[in-house]
Design a protein around this ligand. Structure first.
Ligand code: ATP
Length: 354
């Protein structure tokens, strides 16, 4: 059974098209991340689902019910915003209960649900605090509590963690994911942070300029990016994308020596992730330009001919800038893209020349 279904959604702000023919459907109790760079239309898409903005065209249904023309309150969903949007004059308990009071839920049931929600979120000791007396993480938990207490089958979250520091964000990520699984609710989660989307979501919808660039599981996007845009948006550092030149056996990295495909290089670009390159004795010659040490690994920026590429190696390789190295990779880890459109090409015969 379908949770949320969005068909051919369009939103124009004057002559600017912020959401351009977006379609997707979620399964019930699925965690879907709407991911993309700033301005790609993810918040607008979420606001359209919530009913906070009206669609220019297209339809939205929730649990099989057409909601496109319904006001937010009739859509049976809850929302969590980046800004928390808590009432400063109300304490935690009243902030969490606010929606239920407005909807006239009986007092006894309110208290029962409050008890369960604060237990779930570990807020029991903070019930009489005001927002100004709490940390960002605690405030965000209250905002989450206010959404969860409504017991709607769908919860929409718009960058809920971006005001938190990195450590707290990592903790809240797994908390939200665990809650979503435990409660069996459908979550649509807007973020520009690919780590967040990749680590939390069952499915990621990557938007670019108002359009769906690729929708799939995190591993679909990582292992089979549909375009150069996806290849470089997913992964840290992003996938290396290199120009090709003609070689004796087909295509080589321009400035390199090893054949990477039997195809002619015209119209093709080559992709390889930094973590899929390794230092070997006898491989593709490259020169180290600089290195960044991160503890568990080091990112080397190297050059093949005039092209820069990044290589992730374990530990601290102790290579000076300017050092000559040799790189190798598996053919299965290579990707090819169309130079003009940037789209993936799966019809290229890849060559392992090491
Ligand atoms: P961010 O991560 O920066 O919030 P986003 O992907 O969520 O970005 P949206 O907020 O959906 O992007 O905005 C998409 C585009 O629509 C942007 O170019 C934005 O300037 C524009 N836009 C959003 N809201 C309005 C509005 N009320 N009036 C006019 N243009 C708008």
């Amino acid at each position: 059974m379908v949770g949320i279904s969005v068909s051919n959604l369009v939103k124009d702000w004057g002559s600017f098209r912020a959401v351009d023919d977006v379609s997707f459907a979620t399964d019930k109790a699925e965690f879907v991340a709407l991911l993309g760079p700033s301005g790609c239309g993810k918040s607008t898409t979420l606001r359209l689902i919530a009913g906070l903005d009206t669609v220019s065209s297209g339809t939205i249904s929730i649990d099989g019910r057409a909601v496109t023309d319904l006001p937010p309150a009739k859509r049976n969903l809850s929302m969590v915003f980046q800004s928390y949007a808590l009432f400063p004059h109300l304490d935690v308990a009243d902030n969490i209960l606010f929606g239920l009071s407005v909807r006239g839920v009986a007092k006894a049931e309110q208290q029962e649900r409050l008890k369960r929600t604060v237990e779930l979120l570990g807020l029991g000791h903070l019930l009489d605090r005001r927002p100004s007396q709490m940390s960002g993480g605690q405030q965000q938990r209250v905002a989450l509590g206010r959404a969860l207490i409504s017991q709607t089958p769908v919860c929409l979250l718009d960058e809920p963690l971006s005001n938190l520091d990195a450590k707290l964000r990592a903790g809240m990520r797994s908390e939200i994911r665990a809650l979503q699984k435990r409660l069996g609710i459908t979550m649509v989660y807007v973020t520009h942070d690919q780590t967040e989307a990749m680590s939390m979501a069952d499915r990621v919808i990557l938007l670019n300029k108002g359009r769906v660039e690729q929708a799939g599981t995190p591993s679909d996007l990582y292992e089979k990016p549909a375009s150069i845009f996806v290849a470089q948006f997913i992964g840290t550092p992003p996938m290396n994308i290199l120009d090709l030149a003609a070689g004796p056996g087909g295509a080589m990295i321009a400035g390199g020596t090893r054949t990477v495909a039997t195809a002619a290089p015209a119209g093709l670009r080559f992709g390889i992730r930094p973590e899929h390159l390794r230092l070997v004795e006898n491989g593709e010659p490259a020169t180290v330009q600089s290195s960044e040490y991160f503890g568990a690994d080091t990112i080397l920026t190297c050059r093949i001919g005039s092209q820069a590429l990044q290589v992730r190696v374990p530990g601290r390789p102790g290579l000076a800038d300017g050092a000559a190295v040799q790189l190798a990779w598996d053919a299965a880890a290579t990707h090819f893209f169309d130079t003009t459109s940037g789209t993936r090409r799966d019809d290229v015969a890849r060559v392992q020349s090491f």
